[in-house]
Design a protein around this ligand. Structure first.
Ligand SMILES: *Cc1c(COP(=O)(O)O)cnc(C)c1O
Length: 470
């Protein structure tokens, strides 16, 4: 996953030295916790990863192509993956992990699924890209439209970032307004207007959160704390008739797992309607993840526009935005709002998406994900409490998270109360036990149809052990 507005701050402040119980303390400069000395660790040998990452750092900024992969929040260096299958990953040193990152969400049926691979093979025989319309686009479009309540027409792009950029331009084109509201701790890809650090004030004028983002790009971005009804009301009052769109993650996954308060989404639906502002659900993460129709189906709240990504690409690069027909008809070439893509609607990506959606549409998918994910979170939270740690957690469908604080966590400020050092120790402890969690406490976790009850039991047993040690 790409860096978010919040993650810029976090990586800058978090990496204190992880004090792993069985690992000698080292200087925080180059290779920290992960450079396991074979003499002190009985479990993980990461020599090849260390060498490869050292080389990578000379070749690519920070050694990675997306910042959170660099493990900066957990004070170490990443593990290079060699292969994945089902719910398992193997690193280049041969260590095996139960994976709860799932490529940051797409792997909902498990990695490298045989049927998906076979379908990809068939499509590939016909070519990898046409630069012209193909039947597969119709098929995936029909599947998305019939699944997601708000979507009557859809435009495929190549990433969630692109989807959010398109939806933003469309909302501005449709309403004729330029201001937007976003919530602190919500991530909508790395386009300039979304890279805004939320201030403490209610209607804080957006200040760019990354060098290189011009003030003009974020000038129209207003921010509010998530789940804060009155902050939203005040922004609408102070900017009457000027707000094009309100963007949000209907369940936050990019500052850890934070569900909306009861009535928060219906409140947003009501206030945006009253103000002729488009309500945009960024369902890049939650789409097909909480339920087949996403958060909007789960909560019964229909936005005007929806962005998708991750799962609908089945592990290949895809994004999409869609909504009511009258709005979508503004997109070129049907209408005047320009947006294009050389590889958009790519046959391989469409194929992986179609096969993935076919599988999760089968009855029982979300009951199963909800069951195993509930057991996982309950098991981890109970194990933590039993060992005397402050911990809270939650899940919906196959998406989950926990924080090292008593809670409740309703927004990013609450999330930041989580004990960062403890998370770092927990993360490395679990890794040594063969469990791969997101390398930041401000990321949601994901299960898949390939996780079995046995995998969940093993994970909880590992957590019990690690909680006693940290
Ligand atoms: C991952 C994500 C994005 C960005 O998608 P990319 O494919 O990484 O560009 C946008 N919004 C949300 C909610 C996400 O989780």
């Amino acid at each position: 996953m790409a860096v978010s507005a919040t993650k810029f701050t976090l990586t800058g402040t978090l990496p204190r030295l992880p004090s792993h119980p069985r690992r000698p303390t080292r200087t925080p400069s180059i290779t920290m916790a992960v450079s396991v000395d074979p003499k002190t660790s009985t479990k993980l040998i990461l020599r090849k990863s260390e060498e490869a990452f050292a080389a990578a750092k000379e070749l690519m900024p920070g050694g990675v192509n997306s910042p959170v992969r660099a493990f900066k929040s957990v004070g170490g260096q990443p593990i290079l993956i060699d292969s994945v299958k089902g719910c398992r990953m193997w690193d280049i040193d041969g260590n095996e992990y139960i994976d709860y990152v799932g490529s940051w969400g797409p792997a909902i049926i498990g990695h490298a699924d045989d049927q998906v691979l076979a379908a990809l093979g068939e499509t590939m025989k016909k070519g990898t890209s046409f630069g012209a319309p193909c039947l597969l686009e119709n098929t995936l479009a029909e599947m998305v439209i019939s699944a997601v309540p708000s979507i009557e027409m859809v435009r495929f792009v190549n990433s969630g970032t692109e989807a959010c950029m398109g939806a933003l331009r469309l909302a501005r084109a449709f309403t004729g307004n330029e201001k937007i509201i976003k919530f602190e701790g919500c991530y909508h890809g790395h386009a300039d207007p979304f890279l805004v650090k939320a201030g403490s004030g209610v209607a804080t004028l957006g200040l760019p959160d990354s060098p290189g983002v011009p003030k003009a790009a974020t000038f129209e971005t207003l921010t509010a704390p998530y789940n804060d009804f009155s902050a939203v009301e005040e922004i609408f009052k102070a900017n009457k008739g000027e707000i094009a769109a309100l963007f949000l993650e209907p369940v936050v996954g990019n500052s850890g797992f934070i569900p909306p308060k009861p009535e928060f989404l219906s409140f947003l639906r009501k206030i945006t309607k009253e103000n002729n502002t488009l309500l945009v659900f960024d369902e890049v993460m939650t789409g097909f993840r909480l339920s087949y129709g996403g958060a909007q189906e789960y909560f019964g709240i229909t936005p005007d526009l929806t962005t998708l990504g991750k799962i609908i690409g089945g592990g290949l690069p895809v994004g999409a935005y869609g909504g009511r027909r009258e709005i979508m008809q503004m997109v070129a070439p049907a209408g005047p709002m320009y947006q294009a893509g050389t590889l958009s609607g790519n046959p391989l990506a469409m194929t992986a998406g179609i096969q993935t959606l076919k599988r999760i549409k089968e009855p029982g998918t979300y009951q199963y994900l909800d069951k195993i994910t509930g057991e996982l979170v309950q098991g981890i939270v109970e194990a933590g409490k039993k060992a005397g740690h402050a911990i809270c957690g939650g899940h919906i469908g196959g998406m989950f998270g926990f924080f090292f604080t008593e809670g409740p966590v309703h927004n990013f400020t609450d999330a930041k109360k989580s004990d960062a050092d403890k998370f770092v120790r927990f993360f490395w402890g679990m890794l040594e036990e063969g469990v791969y969690l997101a390398p930041s406490q401000f990321e949601a976790g994901f299960t898949s149809l390939a996780h079995t009850s046995d995998d969940i039991k093993k994970t909880i047993a590992a957590a019990e052990k690690v909680f006693r040690q940290i």
